[in-house]
Design a protein around this ligand. Structure first.
Ligand SMILES: CC(C)(COP(=O)(O)OP(=O)(O)OC[C@H]1O[C@@H](n2cnc3c(N)ncnc32)[C@H](O)[C@@H]1OP(=O)(O)O)[C@@H](O)C(=O)NCCC(=O)NCCS
Length: 248
């Protein structure tokens, strides 16, 4: 009985061509590998996403909470046609991106989260997932939203995305933006980097294990910074936290 019900609850994924791994030298001089991961890898990734749920700065909290749930849904077979790509430097987890196929022609960009800052790692990982939708899955367009101002700058502005405001996005039903193949072609020379094949020693290192990020975003020591990041100029959140700490 339980087995039969699982058959109903578990969606059957469509066949999706795999993302061919690529690598690039980032601004720090390190080589970064971007590759697709399987369900078996998900628990190792969740370990490093969970702490980000508590980082309010730059909207890491909501993005991490959603990424956590999307990755868990993928692991537990509770989402259809999802894929997950990771960026790794020397094995360390540097970024996670994920998305879905709505149908053959339309893709959904779910999330991009960078675990090392200031090197455009998130931007490179996002470009790889657009490449996956357009070049590998051969889709006509990808529906995208931004949950943070940095995300808006990176996707809507840098790619000059088109509005698809009549289409509610899967992320909270907010109006969608779209990356078309034409827009992606225009961005190829400036925003999409990377080489293939990945040298064997780099790929082997990446596949050997997803290592913890060495410098991930963390909650601020100064709680006032958290209130600033939430545009809370009155400091109400800080007062709330102090009251809690003080047992009031
Ligand atoms: C959006 C995101 C993926 C972009 O990643 P990225 O391309 O690697 O860019 P960074 O976040 O490192 O840097 C963004 C800006 O902050 C600056 N910055 C650099 N170091 C920083 C640091 N330690 N802390 C904060 N900002 C930093 C960068 O200089 C950069 O400025 P620029 O846009 O003028 O280049 C990443 O900011 C992130 O994961 N944010 C939280 C989740 C999120 O918002 N995801 C997108 C949802 S739409």
């Amino acid at each position: 009985m339980a087995v039969d019900l699982e058959k109903i609850l578990r969606p059957i994924d469509h066949l999706m061509s795999p993302f061919p791994p690529k690598y690039m030298t980032i601004a720090s001089g390190d080589d970064m590998v971007i590759r697709q991961v399987n369900r078996d890898d998900i628990p190792d990734i969740l370990l490093y996403i969970e702490p980000l749920i508590h980082v309010e700065r730059d909207f890491y909290n909501i993005v991490a909470a959603r990424v956590y749930s999307e990755l868990l849904a993928y692991y537990m077979h509770r989402v259809q046609d999802e894929y997950v790509l990771v960026a790794q430097i020397d094995g360390e987890l540097a970024a996670v991106v994920n998305g879905r196929m709505v149908n053959k022609e339309v893709g959904i960009s779910l999330h991009t989260i960078a675990l090392r800052r200031g090197l455009r790692i998130g931007a490179h990982a996002f470009a790889a997932k657009m490449e996956y939708h357009v070049d590998i899955l051969k889709q006509k367009e990808v529906l995208i939203v931004a949950e943070s101002p940095i995300g808006f700058r990176r996707w809507m502005i840098e790619y000059n995305l088109e509005k698809r405001f009549d289409i509610p996005h899967e992320l909270g039903g907010v109006p969608s933006w779209a990356l078309t193949k034409e827009l992606f072609d225009k961005a190829r020379d400036s925003l999409v980097v990377g080489r293939r094949p990945v040298p064997e020693h780099l790929l082997e290192k990446a596949k050997a294990g997803i290592l913890p990020p060495s410098d991930p975003p963390v909650p601020p020591e100064d709680l006032l910074a958290a209130t600033r990041s939430m545009y809370d100029t009155t400091g109400t959140s800080l007062i709330d936290v102090r009251n809690k700490l003080g047992g009031r």
